[in-house]
Structure formats: C-alpha cells, structure tokens
Write a protein of this length. Sequence first.
Length: 99
Amino acid sequence: PSSSKNLLILLHGLGDSHEPFLNFGKRLELPKTSVMALQAPDPLPLDLGHSWFPAFEADGNMIQPSRAQGRRTRGLERTLERLESFLERVWEERRFTAK
C-alpha cells in the first residue's frame, strides 16, 4: 500500500518457495510495512522448490562446494546482482525508508 514506509523482504531457503514466507509476513501485521517475499530463480528438479544458486547435478546429486569449480559461488553472485538491481528499482519507485 502507498501508506507503507517500510518494506520487509523475505527470502526462502533451498527447496522452498516464496508463498509460505509471504503468508508469514502478512500475518505479522507490521504497521506501515509492505511485505515482499521473493522467489529464487533456479527451479529444482521434480518440482522440489527453488534455489538461489545451482544446487544439484544433472544426476540429482547435490553439487559439492568447490573453490576450483565455483558453480555455486557464481550462481550466488548472479542472484546477488539480480537482487541488488531489483532492490534499487523498488527503492526508487516506492521511496521506502532505509534504516
């Protein structure tokens, strides 16, 4: 709503979606606060939710952390860039109070 001066942004974990977090945020009923629950960009296989970074190999096994390979890190960096860009637009358009 236009009367909101604050924005609560919720991010889900691996294998989840934005919906339960949006419902949770709304139930908090924080005054003058809009709630935004964001959906991770990477769908998991077999409709098991979403991820903010590549999490599984093509064979269904978890990608193991590896500095040499860095797939998970690159995926997180890509997500961070998207989030930063999105948040800049939200702040410009809605003029929420940053505290």
